[in-house]
Design a protein around this ligand. Structure first.
Ligand code: NAD
Length: 359
């Protein structure tokens, strides 16, 4: 029997549905070219779900995702819901879905397209060949530790605790090694082991797990040094793995190497091969409904889904090559165009990428 992959599709709000629409065309073209089969089903999520179902994450949407092999998400949020109470905010749906689906890592690739090197604030020669992935632990560390205020000798004090257990570190580190094995086989583990006890535990675990991956070249980088090296020698990194707060900061820094938010894909992974894939950008209410948003981040999120969840590396490569070909030919949406008068729209960009896909 044919291996049909089930994908839950959550368009969300603002530009979400329009960029996801272009990604669905790419899925269809993949079926035609490679013979893979996908079954997609749409669900309500975010602001639109609040309007129609009274909650950002309706039970049927959650069940749809739980029954799928992967989730493709557009973006959620917008001014309409900004003043809602916490449980009626689209962002609460995001936290809820990550928790309910057991997603414990966030994956953010940052690769620089040669023809867009000028869009970055770094010198083109520094960026040359940059193609890295940041693997960030998503559910532990200081963001989730106990927080409280107390009266100290010098007045009020605030305390945030940072906790990691061995299991939490093992699963993310193993995932990062696995990803490194599918790429350049180099892993940089980022910590602050000269100061933090959680980092010393992190490093111990990394060293132990590295024995299972003798082919992967491992380096330990202190987080402050990593922040510098990302600007000095970004192309020397392949996969970076780090804890929650360091990853939050470093993944944003790495993202900016590429120069445009409309180009950045991401994944959140749990146990096994299940993953939720989405562009890094938000719902861009300022340009929603105008047909001018850049669909490339979402289209590249599909390529990431093919690599990380389905192992369809040939189809992923076809998408990435098609994006490159279209950009090399000079086509640009407004966000990445130097001459805005020549910018093309969302649908045209999607159509050009689909047309450029080859087996
Ligand atoms: P944003 O990413 O939506 O937009 C920032 C700027 O980048 C805007 O000027 C926008 O027009 C532009 N932009 C973003 N994506 C683009 C694309 N694909 N093509 C062209 N231009 C693009 O961030 P924001 O304005 O801070 O947030 C808007 C809403 O999105 C808020 O409600 C926020 O909470 C939400 N948000 C959602 C997510 C998510 O769903 N994961 C992530 C970030 C923000």
């Amino acid at each position: 029997m044919a291996d049909v992959k089930k994908i839950a599709v959550l368009g969300g709000d603002g530009i979400g549905p329009e960029v996801v629409g272009e990604a669905l065309k790419v899925l269809k073209k993949t079926e035609e070219l490679f013979g893979y089969q996908f079954e997609t089903e749409q669900g309500l999520f975010g602001g639109i779900a609040i309007d129609e179902k009274g909650t950002p994450l309706p039970q049927e949407t959650l069940e749809l995702c739980q029954g799928a092999d992967a989730v493709l998400l557009g973006a959620v949020g917008g001014p309409k819901w900004d003043n809602n109470s916490k449980e009626l905010r689209p962002e609460t749906g995001l936290l809820g879905i990550r928790k309910a689906l057991g997603l414990f890592s966030n994956i953010r690739p940052a690769n620089v397209f040669d023809c867009l090197k000028e869009a970055s604030t770094l010198k083109p020669e520094v960026l040359e060949g940059t193609d890295l992935i940041v693997v960030r632990e998503l559910t532990g560390g200081i963001y989730f530790g106990e927080k409280f205020r107390r009266e100290g000798e010098n007045g009020q004090e605030a305390v945030d605790t940072c906790v990691y257990n061995v299991t939490e570190v093992e699963r993310i580190v193993r995932q990062a090694f696995d990803i490194a094995m599918t790429r350049g086989k180099r892993l940089a583990s980022v910590d602050k082991a000269n100061v933090l006890e959680t980092s010393r535990l992190w490093r111990e675990v990394v060293i132990r797990i590295a024995e299972e991956y003798p082919e992967v070249e491992l380096e330990h980088v202190l987080v402050d040094n990593c922040a510098m090296q990302l600007l000095r020698r970004p192309s020397s990194f392949d996969v970076i793995v780090t804890e929650n707060m360091f990853g939050d900061i470093l993944s944003d820094e790495a993202a900016m190497l590429t120069g445009s938010i409309g180009m950045l894909s991401s994944a959140s992974l749990g146990e096994g091969s299940f993953g939720l894939y989405e562009p890094v950008h938000g719902s861009a209410p300022d340009i929603a409904g105008q047909g001018i948003s850049n669909p490339i981040a979402t289209i590249l999120s599909v390529a990431l889904m093919f690599r990380l969840t389905f192992g369809y590396h040939d189809a992923a490569q076809a998408i990435e090559d098609a994006v490159k070909e279209v950009l090399d030919a000079g086509h640009r949406t407004g966000d990445i165009a130097t001459d805005k008068s020549k910018a093309i729209g969302t649908t045209m960009m999607g159509d050009l990428i689909v047309a450029a896909m080859k087996k």
